[in-house]
Ligand binder design. Structure first.
Ligand SMILES: C[S@@+](CC[C@H](N)C(=O)[O-])C[C@H]1O[C@@H](n2cnc3c(N)ncnc32)[C@H](O)[C@@H]1O
Length: 567
């Protein structure tokens, strides 16, 4: 069942278990401008990864033709999410009590379930205003990893014989180790003052709808989209490899209690609930500033030196602090990945999010605040960043309808059916064009060679975005590709000279070629848009949603929109 990609108004019929906080965080009096002098924005995971999965050459060849069949048989029906949510919802009062006892302040929101497939979420319990701070979580209550991650507890307790192995794990694997350690070995978090974090762990989902380790191969095929199928295959290899590293280096105790399935659960939890940010310094520490003020006063009072000398010394200390907290982490590109109790209950919306997550430098914590006014009963959505449906499905297990950030990756130009394109535009591809495009990398690669699951479109497929259509570099390549001999010579046989339109005829031919390539892609799908729409309707009538069908329908709609724009 889908739901609108905006904050919903008053929801009917949703269960409410979490208690209204009595005295927490006087939200109403607080405005971010006053309270958060330096708030470093964080965004949900994958932020900064220009994700576009690689795909292999063979998979897009025009040999695939639509086959009529009963698609229903191969499709998995999901009916479990709402019931899974209701059993989790029954555990949230223990979780929110725990949060209150441990200095997590919140007011104006509660954890609840909308009864749809988004699981639990944060819902507004009273009308709130823009800039109200709704949740504040002290830094010591979060679970976090940096890359590389120097977590002394994990190194000592789990990787004593080989701490480097832990340090060099991918951030999601490092978080998985931590989550599993607290969940299966010892729930006491020393950093949080020796408290048990079990109530928080109990509030987490135990199963996910993400494709890599939860879908049958046949369901993956139902995506009808090679880039995603290949991205999932790459992810599986990467996660297995990380687990092998853990197996070689972790303690016997850890390995006897944490299986591969547990490790995957931890990685899925990390990927779907962590926030990332470039900021990695420490929070505001007043001690150096206070010390330097005292020293300056003593220095000047005792006449040891001039005011200028004292000011120089003070400036040095202040600059050192700024360098440590802001500049060095940026220069070293240190990323911090944080799972933040309670804030991790916020669901995503691609555009128009009502909530925002920030790091509060002076308060040493994370906050969720309102970006706009919100009505009692509405869901407090945040944005996990400009995520395509590929990212949302692969790591978060859902698909957003009409996702403004969605993309479509066509096969690289080298795989396009030249004969069909020549026929469509009425031109022949002249000598030298393909070779030149190949030399400048505009034909894409014959095969992917990256093993990085976050590698962006490694094969150089042609990217269409919902926001702006076809990649301008591809339009440039197509102008050159179908140029007549005279256009080619006038341009000095240089691809760079096709960055702008060279003539109305050439432009029309390039657009026709692009459109035909997209049409061929759409025609190659085993089912049509209409068939998918009908299929989804049948599934919804049966009170279930099939993510694979929803995903492929969204991709086809995006392709169809791009085709229409090219007319
Ligand atoms: C950070 S958690 C948010 C809390 C989560 N709903 C829960 O029940 O714990 C992210 C997960 O919430 C779900 N989710 C978030 N936004 C969603 C949306 N717009 N539609 C469907 N599911 C969503 C997905 O399962 C995603 O992996």
């Amino acid at each position: 069942m889908s739901r609108p990609a905006v904050c919903e108004g008053d929801r009917r019929g949703r269960g409410t278990v979490a208690k209204q906080p009595a005295n927490n965080l006087a939200i109403m009096a607080r405005r971010r401008g006053l309270l958060l002098p330096i708030a470093v924005g964080v965004s949900c995971i994958n932020c900064g990864f220009a994700f576009a999965p690689a795909h292999q050459s063979t998979s897009h060849q025009r040999t695939t033709r639509r086959t009529t069949r009963s698609a229903l048989s191969a499709v998995k029906v999901k009916t479990s999410s709402p019931s899974k949510s209701s059993s989790r919802l029954s555990r949230t009062s223990a979780f929110t009590d725990w949060a209150k006892e441990n200095n997590i302040k919140y007011a104006g929101v509660e954890v609840s379930s909308g009864g749809d497939n988004s699981g639990l979420g944060l819902y507004v319990t009273q009308d709130i205003n823009a800039n109200d701070v709704l949740i504040q979580v002290p830094t010591n209550m979060v679970i976090q990893a940096e890359s590389p991650d120097y977590n002394t507890v994990m190194e000592r307790e789990v990787f004593d014989s080989n701490p480097k192995a832990y340090r060099n794990l991918q951030w999601w694997a490092a978080l998985s180790v931590q989550l599993n350690y607290y969940d299966k070995i010892n729930p006491v978090n020393d950093k949080a003052g020796g408290i048990s974090i079990q109530p928080w762990l109990n509030s987490l989902p135990r199963v996910y709808d993400t494709p890599a380790f939860n879908w049958a191969e046949s369901s993956l095929e139902e995506l009808q989209y090679r880039p995603m199928i290949e991205a999932v295959a790459l992810q599986k290899r990467a996660w297995k490899k990380e687990f092998e590293t853990v197996q070689k280096a972790a303690s016997k105790d850890f390995l006897s209690k944490v299986s591969f399935e547990d490790f995957v659960w931890g990685c899925e939890t990390a990927r779907s609930r962590a926030f990332s940010g470039a900021y990695s310094g420490s929070a505001f520490n007043p001690i150096p500033y206070a010390t330097v003020t005292v020293l300056v006063a003593v220095y000047v009072a005792l006449g040891i030196g001039s005011i200028e000398q004292a000011a120089n010394g003070a400036a040095l200390v202040i600059c050192g602090s700024i360098l440590k907290d802001f500049v060095v982490p940026k220069l070293l590109k240190i990323q911090k990945y944080v799972i933040c109790p309670l804030i991790d209950m916020a669901n995503h919306v691609g555009t128009g999010a009502a909530g925002n997550v920030s790091f509060e430098y002076f308060a040493d914590g994370y906050s969720l605040s309102a970006l706009s006014n919100a009505k009692k009963g509405s869901e407090m959505f945040i944005s996990y960043g400009p995520r395509s449906n590929d990212q949302l499905l692969q790591y978060y297990g859902f698909v957003e309808e009409q996702n403004a950030h969605d993309i479509y990756i066509l096969p690289p130009i080298r795989e396009w059916d030249i004969g069909q394109l020549e026929e469509a535009c009425g031109r022949k591809i002249g000598n030298g064009r393909l070779e030149k495009l190949d030399r400048v990398g505009l034909l894409g690669k014959a095969a992917a060679n990256s093993e990085n699951p976050d590698a962006a479109n490694d094969i150089g497929g042609v990217v269409l975005t919902r926001a702006s259509g076809i990649d301008p570099a591809v339009t440039q390549a197509l102008r050159a590709l179908i140029s007549t001999d005279s256009e080619w010579q006038d341009s000095g046989e240089s691809i760079g000279n096709f960055a702008e339109m060279v003539s109305a005829e050439n432009e029309q031919a390039a657009r026709t070629v692009a459109r035909r390539a997209m049409e061929l892609e759409l025609e190659s799908k085993p089912t049509t848009i209409e068939e998918d729409v009908n299929l989804l309707k049948v599934m919804q009538d049966k009170d279930g949603v099939d993510l694979a069908v929803k995903f492929r329908l969204e991709k086809k709609k995006l392709l169809q929109e791009a085709i229409s724009r090219m007319r």
